[in-house]
Design a protein. Sequence first.
Lengths: 326, 323
Amino acid sequence: MDLSPELGKKMYRDMWRIRLFEEEANRQTSLGSVVGALHMYCGEEAVAVGVCGNLRDDDYVLGTHRSHGHCLAKGAESHRMMAELFGKATGTCAGKGGSMHIADFSLNMLGANGIVGAGIAPATGAALASKLRGTDQVSVCFFGDGAAARGTFHEGIGLGALWKLPVVYVCENNQYQQWVPRMNVAVLDSVADMAGSYAIPGVSVNGQDLVEVYEVAGEAVARARRGEGPTLIEARTYRFYGHSLGDEEQYRSSEEVEEMRTNHDPITTFRSTMMDQGWLTEEEDAQIQNEVRDEITEAVRFADESPFPTPDNVTTDVLAPGQEVA
Amino acid sequence: MRELTFSEALREALHEEMERDETIFVIGEDVITHGGPYKVTDGIAERFPERIFETPIAEAGIMGVGVGAAMAGMNPVVEIMYMDFVTCAMDEVVNQAAKMRYMTGGQASVPMVIRLPCGVGRLLAAQHSQIMESWFMHVPGLQVVVPSTPGDAKGLLKSAIRSPDPVLFFEYKRIYTSRGEVPDGEHTIPLGQAKICREGEDATVVAIGPMVQKSLEAAVLLEDDGYDVEVVDARSLSPLDTETICESVSRTGHAVVCGEDSSFAGAASEIAAMIGENCFGDLKGPVVRVGSPHVPMPFSSELVKHVVPEVPDITDAVSRAMT
Ligand SMILES: Cc1ncc(C[n+]2csc(CCOP(=O)(O)OP(=O)(O)O)c2C)c(N)n1
Ligand SMILES: [Mg+2]
């Protein structure tokens, strides 16, 4: 395993940051503090964390409507993200974006996205920019299995492959597209198999296993950085919650969800790996969880105490400062 | 008369039309599971299992399939989950559906309905809240319909389905659960007919979608100021019922046009310009528009409340129009 104990611990912590951030955000919806959509990433943590574990600060990440995990894994601050979900002026997007549009350009996290499949071509474009500037920055685009049906998937990956751009396409195949089981509306089970159409490598990994994701993504990122072009990774994963708030989940059985939560929780799996390696003790585990809990408590306090944006903010940010809005 | 919700009325229209005409089919994302995102397509899979297609996330594909099937003699009803995503299928709507009849010298007919849940609902920000009526009004060959009540929703959807040309059917998400009287059985409302919802002598308020109900509420408040306001529901934006609107404005001498969308280059602007051009001699004041500022929909509720126009914006506008 080419993973160091330090990075292992960081990634273990990051999975907990995502899990506890979201569980708290979900709880805040019932209190009315968090409003709008909340697409929970819980269950899929190993994908964002395993991929981002290979990235440099200056690498680009683009996400989806389900991007709390991508943002946190890229290093976004939980208190500013929580403030965004609260619609506060101190949020990552000043209260203008909300859960589906969190972005942090200081981290080259170029944004979650409310439009399915919308990040694929722009991630390719960010990779083109790296190539034009002569840097070796890599772009990563996360997207769901549903996005693989969109034209943007084919057009975006087609261009990335054509120009051998430094980009890694990461499909989070959680087997559902909103309320529809993937195989009700798809002919190919594996999204990785689609890579052949663009003559790029396509790899399927167990997205519940952080080590596997980390290693496969590591190769893809290195390949991109060497200028050898894109890779399409399919992470087979599962979301523990419904599609978004208020999902009745009639399309899947509670047994299926229970089975995944009990036997395929990426955090539990990686904790065992860490302990087997002798990289994590019970005390360290408890300490990490406590520290993350404190971080999230602090995030809520910050969000709660932050002011809402003021009415004059309605018309700012439409165009660059100084430009008139009609 | 019995009352139904807006979405129940749409569902009834769909069921009745599908019963009447075997060429009608429904296509869209998640239209079977849970009875569709807004329950509008509920029960269709059970009753007409061969004529409902739950699709992958592929708006351009869905729309293009609709266009082709329509040219080949079918009557598709396409559902776009949030109207914002129609932008992913603009070629199919604008270059294909809209222009086929004209480009083919009248040979092609594209009898399809594109259902567009629109506007602000739960707080979903800029990519799930748009309205964009005027985008499609601007395209010759398309018809744009905006029901504001359950009864009109049923009557207009039936007429839209029977139209030989494409119809963009705007459904404001916020009024899906509103209730109102809906006639049983056959009930159609011709496209291109506005409706006078309240008669008045002092000013005409022309309203679109949910702004109709708000205008009626504003009209009640304005009674206290001594203004007797007429409220006209545009209902159909293209074709536009210029006759009903101009007759009303010419009678009252004052006009306010209310839409929920940004009034800059919006549907209300076209109506206001039409009034200015046709009723200039009868107007006793400026034609005033009510709409949202020209900004994307923000997320924070504290910002949204300064974007979506409400009753006080209408009463203010009427006062401005009258002075
Ligand atoms: C272009 C577009 N079409 C439809 C939607 C509505 N929608 C939001 S999420 C979603 C399902 C996405 O499935 P998938 O890509 O597998 O991602 P997952 O939610 O499973 O993470 C749909 C249909 C959208 N946001 N954008
Ligand atoms: Mg999915």
